[in-house]
Design a protein around this ligand. Structure first.
Ligand SMILES: Cc1cc2nc3c(=O)[nH]c(=O)nc-3n(C[C@H](O)[C@H](O)[C@H](O)COP(=O)(O)O)c2cc1C
Length: 346
């Protein structure tokens, strides 16, 4: 039986670059994997053909293990009344920015893991597959394990960790409340159940047999060492990689991360309909952070998209999701390989 996360996943360093849909592609994953960590490819916003291309690119540029990541949400049901209510909330912004709400079309959504995606993976055989928002249906999970992928999944509570272990995951990502991006919760929507990383990790470690990966607010080699002292077998960091040249983080997002406003992040549902942590901006201040009119994930995003596009064209991030965790001190404009080695204390 494998004794360390490195042995389990075939990596040299216990550092996982968090998959981050919308701000990275294969380039970041390749850089981290080649540095000895586990690079990750977020697939939630990619169609099956793009998934195939990106994994093929990774295989061309790295012979090291890589993680491919998927969301496991229940696809939403279109709700005309809810959508109308959401657009009503946004009307003053449409008027101010000169956006015609009738011209809004459903934008690029976020699709859950599917049999079609799994078939591409079965062909290309990524070494690791990770899931956010729970797990796929048992048959699809069994199919994925069947081609030899190691399975990781996020837990935000002890109950979720036990649920994941019971269903056979190989390691659990303990996502603390500090983490940037979407919360991975899936058993309860009650955000008051969510804990900080240093509270959550030892509680999960005490209850499960599989390795636990700490995520949320880790930003330095010291932070990595602390997580390991709490019993983590490895760490997963997202925010720290956002300024790396290999990430596709937009100039507006990069500027926000480098400004004082990055000191204030909040968990909000206004961008997608699901709680996620990002830097406070105008949309959050005026409609959030949690707004009951926001349609089910990921439908809330379509009505925001034209506001975001218009504002960004004027150099403003007022309507952009500026995803970031609470701890931005690890964000440096250094190559992802260099950052990975630094985090490992090398
Ligand atoms: C910009 C951004 C996008 C993210 N997108 C994803 C994603 O697509 N899939 C996923 O499993 N986690 C995603 N996450 C969450 C990370 O997996 C991880 O929990 C988090 O980054 C850890 O906290 P940290 O940001 O403080 O390092 C995202 C995080 C950020 C900052």
């Amino acid at each position: 039986m494998a004794t360390t996360l490195q042995e389990l996943l075939g990596i040299e360093l216990p550092i996982i670059q968090a998959p981050m849909a919308g701000v990275q592609n294969s380039a970041l994953a390749i850089a981290v994997s080649n540095a000895g960590g586990l690079g990750s490819l977020p697939c939630a916003m990619l169609d099956v053909e793009a998934i195939r291309q990106e994994i093929t690119t990774i295989k061309l540029h790295s012979s090291k293990p890589t993680n491919v990541n998927f969301f496991c949400h229940t696809p939403p049901r279109e709700n005309i009344e809810k959508e109308a209510c959401w657009r009503k909330e946004l009307t003053p912004f449409y008027q101010e920015l000169g956006v015609d709400p009738l011209a809004i079309t459903p934008g690029a959504g976020r699709a859950p893991y599917s049999q079609q995606a799994a078939e591409v993976l079965a062909e290309l055989k990524p070494e690791v597959v990770s899931f956010h928002f729970g797990l796929p249906e048992p048959e699809l999970l069994a199919y994925t394990k069947g081609f030899g992928a190691k399975i990781l999944a996020s837990a935000t509570t002890v109950a979720e960790a036990l649920w994941l272990e019971e269903r056979g995951v190989d390691a659990i990502i303990a996502q603390g409340i500090e983490a940037g991006g979407h919360r991975g919760h899936f058993l309860s929507d009650d955000l008051s159940q969510q804990m900080g990383t240093s509270t959550l990790v030892p509680q999960i470690v005490a209850r499960v047999e599989v390795p636990v990966i700490a995520a949320g607010g880790i930003a330095s080699a010291e932070g990595v060492a602390e997580a390991m002292k709490l019993g983590a077998a490895g760490v997963q960091l997202g925010t720290a990689y956002l300024l790396c040249p290999e990430a596709t983080t937009s100039p507006i997002h990069r500027a926000a991360l480098k400004s004082d406003s990055a000191q204030h992040t909040v968990i909000t549902n206004v961008f997608t309909g699901r709680p996620a942590r990002g830097i406070v901006n105008r949309l959050i201040q005026e409609l959030g952070p949690i707004n009951s009119a926001a349609p089910q994930f990921p439908l809330a995003a379509s009505a925001i998209a034209p506001l975001r596009a218009k504002a960004e064209s004027q150099g403003s991030g007022d309507f952009s999701p500026l995803w970031a965790g609470q701890n931005i001190v690890g964000c440096h404009e250094v190559s992802a390989g260099e950052l990975t080695r630094r985090l490992a204390g090398l």
